[in-house]
Design a protein around this ligand. Structure first.
Ligand SMILES: [Fe+2]
Ligand SMILES: [Fe+2]
Length: 350
């Protein structure tokens, strides 16, 4: 079916903007690869690959070629990959040729050749997505937020964000998929939530005089602390065993409560921060065992949800063509997103 040969290597962002019947080639890292069986009993694979520009979800049908180019020179014919080599492709760099098709009105990507590359020459770590915000800006942002707190919370936060824990927090992704699923995504998300929560809290502070800005700041900075134990970069973001069976809410609460006890944080402060950590998902069906019950907890939970949804909007509308204004259905956010034309006179229809 392929009618043209792609002329140059494309990144994932360029591939996502192709149209039906286009073909492409690129170098990516395999995030996940799941073997399935179609209704005729033939095997196919669902694959997610990524580079520093993001991810592509694709299908690999049973007629695709799997090649080992990890040791062969380009001019030589490569060997086929064995079944065990295919199973072992996760986290490895591969060369891909693929095509775009239209499946029930949605673009679908399929890969027709997958080549394992020389992993020393094409190191997987070079294809891992990273926050756009430079590390020094993220660190300055974290220290500035801590510096806005008074004692005893300031010293407590300095203790939490120090040493190996600080390094792990700076490097961690905020998720395996859906939002900020890249290196330093957790700190990028945390700083946005903290900034946003402080702004909302400041707006309500005069009305609800009990609003404690230090508690809001600490709760926002710590709300996803458990993600440093829930996710690992290897080299792509992946769920750890502890993350799968204990979840970041329980892990974060346990770690924070232990650190608060070691630091001698007053009981009332320790309990309030613990409440924010346990309630931050806002609803029991989203993993929180208790619902936000204080103004500070309500503010952190709202800021967390807002940052998640705004990220989903950015992600869903990023690659829309100039004549498109409605995104594909976004499953995590359960909606299509709308990219309003910057020109207010333009209805965006047509
Ligand atoms: Fe969370
Ligand atoms: Fe969060």
């Amino acid at each position: 079916m392929t009618t043209a040969t792609p002329s140059r290597l494309l990144n994932t962002s360029e591939v996502r903007r192709l149209a039906a019947a286009d073909v492409f080639k690129g170098i990516f890292v395999v995030n996940s690869l799941i073997k399935k069986t179609d209704k005729n009993g033939r095997p196919y694979w669902e694959i997610v690959v990524s580079d520093t520009f993001g991810n592509i979800n694709a299908k690999i049908w049973s007629d695709a070629g799997w090649w080992d180019r990890s040791t062969t020179e380009l001019e030589n014919k490569p060997d086929m990959l064995s079944e065990s080599q295919i199973t072992d492709l996760r986290g490895r760099t591969v060369g891909i040729t693929g095509r775009v098709s239209d499946y029930r009105g949605q673009l679908q990507f399929s890969f027709n050749a997958i080549s394992l590359l020389n992993q020393n020459k094409y190191q997987p770590s070079g294809y891992v997505a990273h926050s756009d915000v430079p590390r020094h800006e993220l660190e300055e942002g974290l220290d500035a937020m801590i510096g806005r707190c008074g004692e005893p919370i300031r010293s407590f936060l300095e203790r939490v964000f120090s040493g190996d824990r600080r390094e792990a927090f700076i490097e961690a992704p905020a998720a395996v998929s859906n939002h900020h699923a890249y290196a330093s995504g957790l700190l990028e998300h945390t700083l946005m939530v903290t900034e946003s929560a402080r702004s909302i809290a400041a707006a309500y502070r005069d009305v609800y005089q009990s609003m404690d800005m230090d508690i809001v700041t600490a709760g926002a900075l710590l709300h996803d602390l458990g993600k440093i134990e829930s996710y690992a970069m290897s080299p792509m973001p992946e769920m750890t065993l502890a993350g799968a069976v204990l979840d970041h809410i329980a892990l974060g609460y346990a770690a924070c409560d232990r650190l608060a006890e070691e630091a001698g944080l007053p009981e009332a402060v320790r309990r309030h921060i613990g409440h924010i950590m346990l309630s931050h998902h806002g609803q029991k069906e989203f993993g929180s065992p208790v619902l936000p019950a204080t103004p500070e907890a309500l503010v952190v939970s709202a800021a967390d949800e807002l940052d998640f949804r705004l990220f989903c909007w950015k992600d869903a509308t990023r690659d829309l063509a100039a004549n498109q204004n409605i995104s594909a259905y976004h499953f995590a956010a359960q909606r299509r997103f709308w990219k309003v034309s910057p020109n207010r006179e333009d209805s965006g229809e047509g």
